[in-house]
Design a protein around this ligand. Structure first.
Ligand code: MRU
Length: 358
């Protein structure tokens, strides 16, 4: 049964492991409705990812890691020493929850690697320790890449961001918003313009909320308003996160990101992608191979539960797009910065074998 706990989350504490369960701030209701959901099975975590209770690539990966720990606990309770045979179906369910954010598959692969090393004894202590480590490492990676990204920004300047790549979308601190937080602390940010991000409104609901909690000046704008703002000359950088970065530096991110990159290049504005290396997928040679999630057209045909489009109207709802590497000025990770990405530079970042394992 679903347990909801009215509790005001802060952006940096939107996922908590507490007394044997995962507590996730339900991002669908924020900022108006602040509630945590208590999840105590892998199936519940998979459903929370599918239903967008938790969203944002690194946060999805962190939640999935806790989900694998819960799967191990349940499998051992049901089957004792034969637990490994039971855990696989839960791992598959987690992997099927959303297709684009590679952090999901990265986290499951890392947990699977640990499972392979374990014996027939209770796996839960080792699995939960690994999930907590994934969570803590993501938070630390974001702090590091936030500082590295901020170093690139000469301020004070205005910045445009798209969707929500903040603390709540990650293990903590945020990727794009991590860069913005660090740059603001260094006196380099005049104002952030947050695209509202149709149809889920992550910018309006989450980015505006996070930045306001941090005291960073933020102005919300319609997604279509970026071009005229750029033409005004106050914007120095577009800073976004990513769901998956291909081996050649092509970047999948929230639908509309590609358009922003084209506009930025036209106006001589620089374009930064901030993401941990768990978002880099060296198995995808280009962005054309990245699976792009298509969601229910109904999300687009109305707004806030109100139907807007005429009955019978067709709609397409791809929720990510791919920005070619040629439009990206900088990919900023915790391992370092790649300027004007190419496959050679991405290989150098990720190591000889192109490994994305930490
Ligand atoms: O559909 P969402 O809300 O999960 O999409 C999220 C994004 O596109 C983010 O920009 C991306 O995951 C980076 S989050 C640090």
């Amino acid at each position: 049964m679903e347990t909801r706990i009215p509790m005001v989350p802060t952006p940096d504490d939107a996922a908590l492991w507490h007394q044997g369960a995962l507590y996730l701030a339900d991002q669908r209701g924020l900022p108006q409705r602040a509630e945590f959901l208590r999840l105590d099975s892998a199936g519940a975590v998979a459903e929370a990812i599918r239903a967008m209770v938790v969203r944002g690539a690194p946060a999805i990966g962190v939640a999935a890691a806790y989900g694998v720990a819960l799967a191990g606990r349940d499998a051992y309770a049901a089957a004792g020493p034969a637990w490994k045979a039971m855990v696989e179906s839960d791992l598959e369910r987690l992997a099927a929850s959303r297709p684009t954010a590679v952090n999901l598959f990265w986290a499951i692969r890392r947990m699977r690697g640990l499972i392979a090393e374990l014996d027939a004894r209770d796996p839960f202590p080792a699995l939960i320790e690994e999930a907590l480590a994934i969570h803590a490492e993501d938070r630390a990676a974001n702090r590091r890449l936030g500082d590295l990204g901020a170093e690139l920004i000469e301020g004070p300047t205005d910045i445009i961001t798209h969707c929500n790549a903040g603390a709540i979308a990650t293990g903590g601190y945020g990727t794009a918003l991590g860069v913005i937080r660090s740059a603001f602390a260094a006196g380099k940010v005049r104002r952030v313009y947050a695209d509202e991000t149709r149809p889920w409104m992550q910018g309006a609901r989450l980015t505006a909320w996070e930045l306001m909690q941090d005291g960073i000046p933020v102005t919300l704008q319609a997604d279509g308003a970026a071009a005229s703002l750029m033409a005004g000359g106050s914007v120095g950088w577009v800073v976004v996160g990513s769901d998956r970065i291909a081996a050649n530096g092509d970047v999948a991110n929230k639908i509309g990101t590609y358009g922003l990159a084209v506009l930025a290049r036209h106006h001589g504005i620089r374009f930064m992608v901030a993401a941990p290396t768990s978002t880099v997928d060296m198995a995808m040679s280009t962005g054309a191979e990245i699976p792009i999630e298509e969601r229910d057209p109904d999300e687009l045909l109305g707004c806030a539960d109100r139907r807007l489009a005429p009955d019978g109207c067709a709609a397409r709802n791809p929720v990510f797009d791919v920005t070619p590497a040629s439009l990206v000025d900088a990919i900023v990770t915790e391992r370092g910065v790649v300027m004007s990405p190419t496959v050679e530079k991405m290989r150098a970042l990720m190591g000889e074998a192109g490994s994305q394992d930490p």
